[in-house]
Ligand binder design. Structure first.
Ligand code: FAD
Length: 351
């Protein structure tokens, strides 16, 4: 029996498994997919600078996986098109990176977990993303999901060469168009009010692709570690990655945050030992690291429900916190965006 058992080897589980194994911990992972053909329902966009730094620990070079680097992102605010220059935003071959990380430790597949595995004496990690198969459903009112759907398409004459996003009113979601290179793109949308398929059809009617390579959909968890409960169950079962809610609510960005959460957990395990993991401390570290996500979540939810008014001090404080995060080096590293003040204002202003 391994010291650490990881259920789910997406970005969070595979990073954690590789990191701990390279540090001498006995780890076993399982995944319900045939990992030799690993697939990830995701638009594969991330901050290459942040990934470069994170993957250095594993001696993996993210540049080997980059598909298309952005010069900037067009932000379509219904009529006005803003161009936000980027420093390190890119799409990358996420399944290939995950297969590489999975190759660094012991993983059994395809093995579908259906609850708590029969391994009560070891540390069990729930890295099954949105499913939280081991921990089970979150406490009522603490979990929040955004439905999302995307297509991988090919254009002979693409409508735009660069990245493009169209936020929906009151932060209910947004549409994305991300280049993958070779004329291929992910075009998708997520919307709280389930209008995303309509927005998507509208875009695809205006910009009909030559080929649709595949379609996929799944919800994105946007409730952060400061809201989602529980993040762990005693004696030793803890969540990491999207199972712990580490997705930036305003952008749906979960790849790098999931790896960051895995790094926090890896350090804790290495310090305490798998048998004596200080679960409470891990939870606190997660909440602290992703406290800007909590402000973003409160702000977005208040905007969505129309209860964030210009005189509401708590909402203004959250908007301010979010603006600071976007302008900070941590925010830039996480999002790959290098916004100017006007862009930061744009990100947190009502429309
Ligand atoms: C449409 C869409 C587009 C997105 N685009 C982006 C983007 O461009 N950039 C970005 O940063 N984020 C994006 N995200 C969010 C991002 O994909 C996730 O937040 C991130 O992948 C979470 O990683 P994870 O390892 O925690 O979970 P996951 O990637 O979901 O991995 C969970 C793993 O658990 C396995 N599993 C599930 N159930 C079981 C079971 N019963 N037994 C065993 N194994 C199981 C799965 O096979 C999978 O390998 C997007 C999400 C969606 C839905």
């Amino acid at each position: 029996m391994a010291d650490v058992f990881i259920a789910g080897t997406g970005v969070a589980g595979s990073y954690l498994g590789a990191r701990l194994t390279l540090s001498g911990v006995d780890v076993e992972g399982v995944d319900s997919q045939d990992v030799t053909k690993y697939h990830s329902a995701c638009a594969w966009a991330t901050s290459i600078e942040g990934m470069r730094e994170r993957l250095r620990t594993l001696d993996v070079d993210i540049d080997e996986y980059v598909m298309r680097e952005a010069n900037g992102v067009y932000v379509d605010l219904g009529g006005t098109l803003h161009y936000v220059p980027t420093r390190h935003l890119a799409t990358f071959d996420k399944p290939a990176l995950i297969r590489r990380l999975i190759g660094k430790f012991r993983v059994k597949y395809p093995v579908r977990i259906r609850g708590m595995p029969d391994a009560s004496s070891r540390l069990v990690i729930d890295a099954t993303g949105v499913h939280r198969i081991v921990l089970g459903p979150a406490d009522p009112g603490t979990d929040f999901m955004l439905p999302a759907y995307q297509l991988r398409v090919r254009y002979r004459n693409p409508p735009m060469e660069d990245f493009y996003v169209k936020p929906f009113p009151r932060y209910s979601g947004y549409l994305w168009y991300f280049p993958l290179g070779g004329g291929e793109f992910f075009v998708g949308a997520g919307d709280l009010h389930h209008m995303h398929l309509e927005y998507l059809s509208e875009f695809l009617e205006r910009h009909a692709p030559d080929d649709v390579l595949y379609r996929e959909g799944r919800p994105i968890r946007i409730s952060p570690p400061g809201v989602l409960r529980p993040l762990a169950r005693r004696p030793r079962t803890v969540a990491v990655g999207e199972a712990a809610g580490v997705v930036l609510p305003i952008l749906g960005e979960g790849i790098l945050p999931s790896m960051e959460s895995a790094e926090i957990l890896a350090r804790r395990i290495l310090q305490d030992g798998p048998e004596a993991l200080d679960v409470r401390r891990y939870e606190e570290e997660l909440k602290r690291k992703f406290s800007a996500f909590t402000a973003a979540y409160r702000f977005v939810r208040r905007k969505q429900s129309g209860t964030c008014r210009a005189t509401d001090l708590s909402c203004i404080a959250d908007a301010f916190r979010l603006a600071l995060f976007f302008a900070s080096s941590g925010g830039r590293k996480l999002t790959g965006l290098a916004p100017k003040l006007e862009h930061v204002r744009l990100a947190v202003s009502p429309f």
